[in-house]
Design a protein around this ligand. Sequence first.
Ligand SMILES: Cc1ncc(COP(=O)(O)O)c(C=O)c1O
Length: 393
Amino acid sequence: MNLFTKAVHSGDRKRTGSWVPVTTPIHTAVSYFYDDVETLDKVFAHEVHGPSYARYDNPTNQALETQLATLENGFGALACSSGMAALHLALTTALMDRRRVILAATALYGATINLLTKVLEPEGVEIVFADFSDLAAVEEAIAENKPGALLMETISNPLLRVAPLDEIAKLTRAADIPLVIDSTFASPMVMRPLEFGANFVVHSLTKYLSGHGDVLGGAVICEERYYDALLRLSRTVGFLLGPFEAYLSMRGAKTFPLRMERQCQNATVVAAGLAKHPRVSKVHFTGDPAHPDAAIIQRLFTPGLYGAMISIEIKDGSKEDVFRFINALKMVVPATSLGDVHTMVLYPVIASHRDLSPKHRARLGIHDNLVRLSIGIESPEDILADLENALNA
Ligand SMILES: Cc1ncc(COP(=O)(O)O)c(C=O)c1O
């Protein structure tokens, strides 16, 4: 089934008695009972399918989880209270019964670096970083550190590099090491990591899948082998998304392919326009034929869809210049997120990568003149006009 069709139909329309609701209701009940206690006993024993307690199961969440697993071609999914909760859950599940060593890509979202170095490392997990664009370096790091899990992003934040996920998956499959992919920037429209050999996909539902700036949520989608462990961990710790947010996420995800297609098309137009502006010294965009990872992008991405994130470097731009640019924007929203229907601008130095030292940022190539754009569904001419006017200010 096509992704547009899956988004609209999967998960919903479960029969309740003789009637079928066209959308899944928001189930607020914390606990459930049955006609007799024998049935409840069988539900607890997983012999009869049904909810018993909201930390274990919620029908609204389950509808969303079916939809997400279908979109990523995974076995099962678990909706979490945030993208970061989903990442934590995926990594903890991946590391179960394995060496507590994570080999992570150097190019990661700032809070993910904090999760690794400030939460998991103090808990005794060894964290090793490598440049995942360098396949030989990844192979060497696997051989040297024998990690229990690998972690990378499909499109890195904010420099939009694309590592050879398919080649890395061949290495992890051969060594039987779970590969965890944060695919928030790509979304299932642009690429589906499980199809290239990854074991876990993580999304911040807050971004493209919900898409309207009104939900904080996350999801882990995985293959069959890890699904029971994922549920067991979540049911014990309670990483869950609330049913109101699950409903909103599912509603958002129904139109996600339409939005994403438009956002990708807009990004291509806006990136080309910005590349011509005299105050822009560099445009980072995955649709650029001269992108350093163009061959990998051609191999992994859905043809014609390159994502909707663009980063630009303002020529000789200082922090003051970037502030002036952002303050001069009239339509583009200067708020901390991405993937929404409205175009947004974010300054990594003060937001996503604020907690890293200036030295660490410089090592990652995140300089004071770098600005990140998330392109929305508006008219591309209006987006470009607003950005150009602000650059001229
Ligand atoms: C790539 C990436 N992963 C994970 C997250 C975390 O998501 P959340 O804010 O929903 O916890 C973000 C948030 O910006 C992100 O950009």
